[in-house]
Design a protein around this ligand. Structure first.
Ligand SMILES: *Cc1c(COP(=O)(O)O)cnc(C)c1O
Length: 397
């Protein structure tokens, strides 16, 4: 079926929530995907920071096949081994002591928000429920998480929003200090704002937040849905930023392409979730957990993290080099393989031009090109991105 026909059917049958590029992806291998017409694309989107091991990774495919033969789903009314082993592995490699599984980023943040409210409620009573989040943040599209998201465009038309959220500018410690009151239950933020234009939290800021929260028994919650699972060069971004949260959420890269989310917490915070306080039918499903376990093993046992750090450095250098030559590039920033390039112009036509040249990139906040390739990306593939990007941007000076 040609792509045009598929597009027409998509318009007929799908709700119009996405402005899709006019290609249909049918398969992938390594860091490349192929469309319905057989054209190859080098992929610096990776399903929006999801496909960390690229496409068709043999270990991931084998784990999914093997689990599918045994058991797809059983319900959390019973124990299933992949779920327990995945939780154990996440606990072994993070600050956290307990894990709750769900199916997406928004759900992971919903769990974190509920956990924070219940923690504060149990310890300090019903007047302590407020959650401080950051402007330009992104936490999801459910009612609670779009309320947590500090962007009007995400909230517009969905009012009344959930009560109990306050917003402060990112990387502004005095603003948090001012916003903290006896009603504050938690401070929630992304260590690197992804959707909000790739902004990295300062170490001193995070350290300050940690101290403020500690002093008042306010939960510090990191949304590592985009930054987690090796995206920034360490398994979790907080490891290299020098601060441990009380609660952390994961999704995107966790299942390497299979939908799964998780909310991780310290023992003390996690203790407020007891049977029937929170639940999810599919959460921690054996298929998704087997996939996530395979991803985690590859990340921990292989040299991928080390290699991805080198590739991140190499890509930053290349992007900075472009910036020196092309004045329409205003800034290059990010961490590991979560990188952004802010332009003085609309980035969306640049994305379209790159697509026509066989390169997938993404644009966020209108002017920020975002690069989130699979963590297995090679130097030659980065060279090709830099080459294509230079050509496309040079035409627009
Ligand atoms: C993508 C993202 C979410 C939402 O995840 P979904 O799986 O789309 O619900 C939340 N927070 C951050 C930081 C994200 O990048």
């Amino acid at each position: 079926m040609p792509t045009d026909e598929l597009r027409q059917d998509a318009e007929r049958f799908l709700m119009n929530t996405y402005a899709r590029a006019p290609i249909s992806i049918v398969r992938g291998r390594g860091s490349r995907v192929y469309d319905l017409e057989g054209r190859e694309y080098l992929d610096f989107v990776a399903g929006i920071a999801v496909n960390t091991l690229g496409y068709s990774h043999p270990d991931l495919v084998a784990a999914i096949q093997k689990q599918a033969q045994h058991l797809l789903h059983a319900s959390n009314l019973y124990y299933t081994e992949p779920q327990v082993r995945l939780a154990q592995a996440l606990v072994d490699h993070s600050f956290a002591k307990k894990v709750f599984f769900c199916n997406s980023g928004a759900e992971a943040n919903e769990a974190a928000i509920k956990l924070a409210r219940r923690y504060a409620h149990e310890k300090y009573g019903p007047d302590r429920y407020e959650i401080i989040t950051m402007l330009q943040s992104f936490h999801g599209r459910t009612m609670a998480t779009l309320t947590a998201t500090g962007q009007e465009k995400v909230q517009k038309g969905f009012e009344p929003l959930l009560a109990g959220f306050t917003y402060v500018p990112f990387n502004d410690l005095p603003a948090v200090e001012k916003a903290l009151t006896s009603h504050t239950a938690a401070v929630m933020l992304e260590p690197v704002q992804g959707e909000g234009g790739v902004h990295v939290a300062d170490r001193a800021y995070l350290k300050g937040l940690r101290e403020l929260c500690q002093a008042r028994d306010v939960l510090l919650m990191f949304d590592e849905i985009q930054t987690g699972m090796g995206r920034t060069g360490t398994l979790f971004a907080y490891e290299q930023l020098g601060v441990q949260p009380d609660v952390m959420t994961l999704a995107k890269g966790l299942g390497g392409g299979v939908p799964i989310g998780a909310c991780l917490a310290t023992d003390e915070a996690a203790a407020v979730f007891t049977p029937s306080t929170h639940a999810s039918t599919f959460g921690g499903n054996p298929l998704a957990c087997a996939a996530a376990l395979a991803v985690l093993r590859v990340l921990l046992e292989g040299r991928i993290l080390e290699q991805s750090r080198r590739m991140g450095d190499y890509l930053v250098k290349g992007l900075l080099d472009c910036k020196d030559r092309l004045p329409i590039i205003k800034d290059v920033r990010g961490l590991g393989l979560l990188l952004g390039m802010e332009l003085a112009i609309d980035g969306r036509p640049v994305v379209t031009d790159c697509l026509a040249r066989g390169l997938l990139i993404n644009c966020t906040m209108e002017r920020v090109l975002r690069f989130v390739p699979p963590l297995i990306i090679t130097q030659r593939e980065i060279d090709r991105l830099l080459d294509t990007l230079s050509q496309v941007l040079s035409k627009r000076v």
